[in-house]
Design a protein around this ligand. Structure first.
Ligand code: SPV
Ligand code: MN
Length: 617
């Protein structure tokens, strides 16, 4: 070993135990380049976990809050979300992936990365962490190593991901692991990243590594999260499985549990669906899906924790999470207002003090940033990190190495005037087409009357590192190879009438239990041009049973009508997006064309543009 920095005997012993020349080579390389003062290798022991917790406090990256086990961390005011503009996939010269995926010439990108890493850890401690994506000892497992100079990144990662030293040992010296190199870069006096203009993420599919620097926000720095997600998507698409931006949850009816996965773009109801009362959670963000020995689809959560949005978490709407983040346990809260070490965030259902400390430093009501924008007490994307097993609704199979059998897949979009609250796809391939057509309406205040529609196939567009054609082809094939494919559904919780939401926030529980019933062949449904929709009587019964509420026929007819013109417009938008993408499988275009034909036929048959669900019965 030739590590050019201070390293203690315990760290050396851990590397000797892992006994992997590739691991040692990577550490040697980045020590030489980043020039840290000290290197610490972390293991699985409680002592090591404690070391990181204490280091985050010592480095002033975190501060204790009043509740036991809770700490607060701040990212730079301008480092509150993933930086898509400065994220690239490294590709050989002349190669392209898609209109929508940013790439950079391999050598050029590596040169820039190495230049920026040069000396970046001077005077700092390099932390070497070993984790495992997916449950340990399982065909889902992918060992991943993270090098970082940020103790809070290491800390939040150890909350969110399973330990991996044993998995590395079991590699028996092979190169079959991911690695992520991260540096928060030079820090300001308050411990936040200074050189935001030099913030970069480089994704190297060849070496299965990601290099990320000059950031601290979790989505850019916690290596096993969105950085490894790109590497996993690349692997899945070379092999025969899926890596998806999905939650995994158990839906309960009496003693019966049916597992669902769900992909929703940001702000479309993903976490709130996974947390619906009476259900159980396996994971809320990233899932690996595989075919098991019996030909079924099984899913495993890649993570063991939740990096959740804290805004609007309150006792009334999200009692499970609220309890977890306000009672003693290990929690890191990011980017909220603190006053006397008490955290406050927007939408918490409590009065928020008019001054305190937040992601902008000392804060007072009315404070504006350099661009004259009013600074909110906590950032809209402020997040918390906690372990799933600390939630009352953790599923008993959350760590099952076999994963859970998937009965249904939900694709959730957001629009105010086009798609129905819930519909079941006509087949696996039709469902893939529906998932590939997800749109979400922007919720930014200053937008036109119809909102801005953003398209994200399977809610995964931000993370795709393979051409869309390859990704969709792999999806189609995955389902075709299964003996029993999950049933695919689409939801839209955001339908509006006269500018108001038609459905209450809690109504999604009725849609979910209808989907559960459909998977278990309990309800009949109405076939429409876009798929199967619920019958009025079934929803009426569900609303009565679940909420003791009358579901009016009028509300049903309004939200489940088939709006031909708007649905055709959506098809046109989707078609124009896919037109510019090479090698989209023929079956995708076939489903698009068939759906258009069915909509036009229905318009002609019923002689109107808005067709009531009952007309199709
Ligand atoms: C998302 O944006 O989908 C998240 C948060 O889960 S981040 O870690 O930033 O990706
Ligand atoms: Mn996510």
């Amino acid at each position: 070993m030739n590590i050019k920095a201070e390293i203690d005997e315990k760290s050396v012993a851990k590397l000797e135990e892992i006994n992997n020349p590739h691991v040692v080579k990577i550490i040697e390389k980045y020590v030489e380049l980043c020039q840290p003062a000290k290197v610490t290798v972390l293991g699985d022991s409680e002592e090591d976990l404690q070391y990181i917790r204490a280091l985050a406090l010592k480095n002033k990256e975190e501060k204790k809050l009043n509740t036991e086990g809770h700490t607060i961390h701040y990212d730079n005011y301008y480092d509150q979300a993933r930086d898509k503009k400065h994220t690239w996939v490294l590709l050989p010269k002349g190669k392209k992936l898609s209109e929508h995926i940013s790439t950079v010439d391999y050598d050029e990108g590596v040169n820039e990365a190495m230049g920026l890493l040069n000396g970046i850890m001077k005077g700092k401690e390099m932390l070497v962490c070993f984790h495992c994506l997916g449950p340990s000892n399982s065909k889902f497992s992918i060992p991943a190593m993270q090098i970082t100079d940020s103790a809070t990144v290491a800390h939040q990662q150890q909350i969110l991901y399973r330990k991996g030293n044993a998995a590395f040992k079991e590699l028996n010296g092979s190169k079959d692991f991911f690695h992520v190199i991260h540096s928060a870069g030079e820090l300001n006096d308050d411990g936040t990243t200074k050189n935001i203009d030099k913030r970069r993420v480089f994704i190297d599919l060849e070496e299965e590594r990601v290099i990320s620097m000059n950031n601290q926000y979790g989505g850019s720095s916690v290596g096993l999260k969105k950085l490894s997600l790109r590497l996993s998507i690349s692997r899945a698409n070379k092999e025969d499985w899926l890596c998806e931006h999905m939650f995994v949850m158990g839906v309960h009816k009496g003693d019966r549990i049916t597992y669902f996965t769900g992909a929703f773009p940001s702000w479309c109801g993903k976490t709130s669906t996974a947390m619906i009362s009476g259900q159980s959670i396996v994971g809320d963000d990233i899932a690996f899906l595989r075919k098991d020995d019996e030909g079924y689809c099984v899913a495993a959560n890649v993570e063991q924790g939740i990096f959740g949005v804290i805004a609007d978490i309150n006792e009334k709407d999200d009692s499970v999470i609220y309890k977890a983040i306000t009672s003693p346990r290990e929690v890191v809260i990011n980017n909220v207002l603190t006053v006397d070490n008490e955290p406050y965030w927007i939408g918490m259902g409590k009065e928020i003090p008019k001054k305190g400390f937040n992601h902008s430093g000392e804060w007072f009501e009315g404070k504006k940033d350099d661009e004259g924008k009013l600074i909110t007490p906590s950032h809209k994307n402020a997040r918390f990190a906690l372990k799933i097993n600390d939630l009352d609704n953790a599923d008993e199979n959350a760590d099952n190495p076999k994963g859970v059998e998937v009965g249904g897949i939900i694709y959730g979009g957001r629009d105010s005037d086009t798609t129905v609250p819930v519909a079941q796809s006509l087949s696996w391939a039709h469902g893939v087409f529906v998932g590939a057509s997800i749109e979400s309406e922007s919720t930014v205040a200053a937008i036109g009357a119809e909102g801005v529609l953003d398209h994200s196939p399977m809610a995964n567009m931000d993370f795709l590192v393979v051409p869309l054609g390859v990704y969709i082809k792999n999806h189609m094939k995955f389902g075709d190879d299964l003996d029993k494919a999950p049933t695919i559904f689409a939801t839209n919780y955001f339908f509006k009438k006269d500018g108001e939401f038609v459905n209450a926030k809690t109504d999604k529980k009725a849609w979910l239990l209808w989907m559960e019933g459909r998977v278990n062949e309990e309800y009949e449904a109405i076939e429409t041009p876009i798929g199967h929709i619920p019958k009025y009587e079934d929803l009426k019964d569900l609303f009565k049973e679940l909420f003791d509420k009358e579901f009016s026929k009028e509300d049903y007819e309004y939200s489940f009508s088939i709006r031909i013109h708007n649905l055709l417009k959506k098809l046109d938008r989707i078609e124009s997006i896919y037109k510019s993408e090479p090698d989209i499988p023929e079956v995708f275009h076939k489903h698009l064309e068939q759906q258009r034909q069915r909509l036009n036929d229905a318009k002609e048959k019923y002689g109107k543009d808005v067709i009531l669900p009952g007309d199709f019965e």
